[in-house]
Design a protein around this ligand. Structure first.
Ligand SMILES: Nc1nc2c(c(=O)[nH]1)N[C@H]1C(S)=C(S)[C@@H](COP(=O)(O)O)O[C@H]1N2
Ligand SMILES: [Mo]
Length: 164
């Protein structure tokens, strides 16, 4: 095989180059798999995981009523909406991969602080763990687990945020 010919130095360099390219490709793929579409009227933009997380990560260790547990990290929904100039919106709609959809009114967003989770235990959230993005209310974590707080707005598998 061509790769196994040549000097050890040349072989090593080639292999490293190949691994580096594969690593870059898998990072790029992960970033697009974690994409979040934000629709504002007629305009639609796609946010990458890095872009979302540049707003600053907040952490909470808890168990989600649907199962996953550990350290959830993410950005405050308010910060994300503000960065997209959507903080004044009366209603913000969330659309999940499974077709579930719900919205939050500005009153609801004022009453509770919603965290848009981007990672679980430091890694992007898999579909099995309710990823790529989910909304949680950290202050309600215990009550939600006990069933005394509603989790109808704890939408998971979020792919799209929309304001009309
Ligand atoms: N992506 C997604 N999020 C969702 C749902 C859903 O079906 N899909 N159900 C919502 C509702 S109505 C409730 S009460 C809670 C719990 O849903 P479950 O009781 O159907 O599991 O999650 C909410 N978030
Ligand atoms: Mo529900």
């Amino acid at each position: 095989m061509y790769l196994l010919n040549g000097s050890p130095w040349r072989r090593t360099t080639l292999l490293l180059t190949i691994f580096f390219m594969l690593w870059q490709a898998s990072n790029a793929l992960a970033d697009t798999q974690q994409s979040l579409t934000v629709v504002k009227g007629e305009t639609s933009s796609v946010l990458s995981l890095n872009k979302i997380e540049s707003l600053g990560l907040h952490k909470v260790t808890m168990q989600h009523p649907e199962g996953p547990q550990g350290t959830f990290s993410g950005v405050w929904l308010d910060a994300l909406l503000k960065s997209q100039e959507l903080d004044k919106a009366q209603r913000v709609r969330f659309i999940a991969e499974d077709g579930y959809t719900t919205f939050l009114s500005s009153k609801e967003r004022r009453e509770k602080q919603y965290l848009l989770v981007t990672r679980l235990d430091g890694k992007p959230v898999t579909q099995k763990d309710l990823g790529p993005y989910m909304l949680i209310v950290p202050e309600d974590a215990q009550a939600a687990l006990e069933g005394t707080a509603s989790i109808t707005r704890w939408i998971w598998a979020v792919r799209k945020i929309q304001v009309r």
